[in-house]
Design a binder for this molecule. Structure first.
Ligand SMILES: [Zn+2]
Ligand SMILES: [Zn+2]
Length: 295
């Protein structure tokens, strides 16, 4: 098993520098439950390099409350140093820890060439592609009343459709390797009567782009109380031969490799026997049960 989606800092924690000890603790916890390799995938928007590149992408949003909410969220997060993060993970790799260097990258419409140019300057193993925002609406920010209020005024079908469109656009930019939490739009539990159309679009986006899809336990820790992707969506990914990773999306040590046994059971039910690991942005298929990988 893999845990290919990990954060070092909880949202709300500021100005911390990553340490080798922290990465070692993550590896040890993963190993203790049979997860052989992890990827550190901090959010791009936690770094001052992203601030310099992308600040103000919310300026065109007509809704003043949403615009202010995103500006405040951004200011709260875009503070750490990407160079220090990369150096720390590379030092952990050099020390022989079973970790690869990743990043979780949001979709910035019209700006992904700039994002790709920034990221090309670093030796990433894997880039997760995520949609947490529709326009500047942070539909999964459960702690933000402004964002959550939108769920009672927006049409659920339209929200799911806009989410699928953003995933399609992100996949088409070929910036990233893995679709993170593929059906994140379900996070609050609002679902369309017929989600199949959205599911089919997500699967097609993965197939067309060659991206892998992430199977994540994070949804079990959210109001929707269901893994990402939904069982029916996972079936569709598997049927189309989309490569898979497994992940916890932990933001703290206690959640590292969370419910990896349940994820393994989901894969086993569908007779999935390999997962996709990454080295220098190239996919490597590894057995699901593999306790450790060659680096
Ligand atoms: Zn995410
Ligand atoms: Zn994440």
């Amino acid at each position: 098993m893999l845990d290919y989606h990990l954060h070092l800092w909880p949202h709300g924690q500021r100005d911390t520098a990553p340490t080798l000890e922290q990465v070692a603790d993550y590896c040890e916890r993963a190993r203790s439950v049979g997860v052989g390799e992890i990827a550190l995938t901090e959010h791009l928007f936690r770094f001052s390099q992203a601030d310099r590149l992308l600040r103000g992408f919310w300026d065109d949003e007509p809704d003043e409350a949403l615009r202010a909410s995103m500006a405040a969220y951004w200011d709260d997060h875009a503070r750490a140093d990407l160079d220090a993060y990369v150096e720390c993970v590379l030092a952990a790799k050099d020390a022989g820890l079973p970790v690869v260097l990743g990043l979780e990258v949001d979709y910035y419409r019209g700006r992904m060439d700039d994002v790709a140019a920034l990221l090309a300057g670093y030796p990433f193993d894997v880039l997760l592609g995520s949609v947490h925002w529709i326009g500047v609406w942070r539909f999964d920010d459960l702690g933000d009343p402004v964002s959550m209020a939108q769920w009672s005024t927006r049409d659920v079908d339209a929200a799911w459709g806009a989410y699928a469109a953003a995933i399609e656009e992100l996949a088409a930019t070929a910036t990233c390797d893995v679709l993170a939490h593929p059906d994140l739009i379900k996070v609050t539990g609002h679902r369309p009567v017929a989600p199949e159309e959205c599911w089919d679009r997500l699967v097609e986006a993965a197939v067309t782009s060659g991206m892998a899809a992430e199977v994540s336990s994070a949804g079990w820790r959210k109001p929707v109380a269901e893994a990402y992707p939904a069982p029916q969506l996972l079936e569709r990914f598997v049927a189309r031969g989309v490569p898979l990773t497994t992940a916890s999306d932990a933001h703290r040590l206690a959640d590292v490799a969370d419910r990896s046994a349940e994820l393994a059971a989901m894969l086993d039910r569908l007779h999935v026997s390999t997962l996709r690991a990454f080295r220098a942005r190239s996919g490597v298929d590894v057995p699901v049960a593999s306790p450790a990988l060659e680096s």
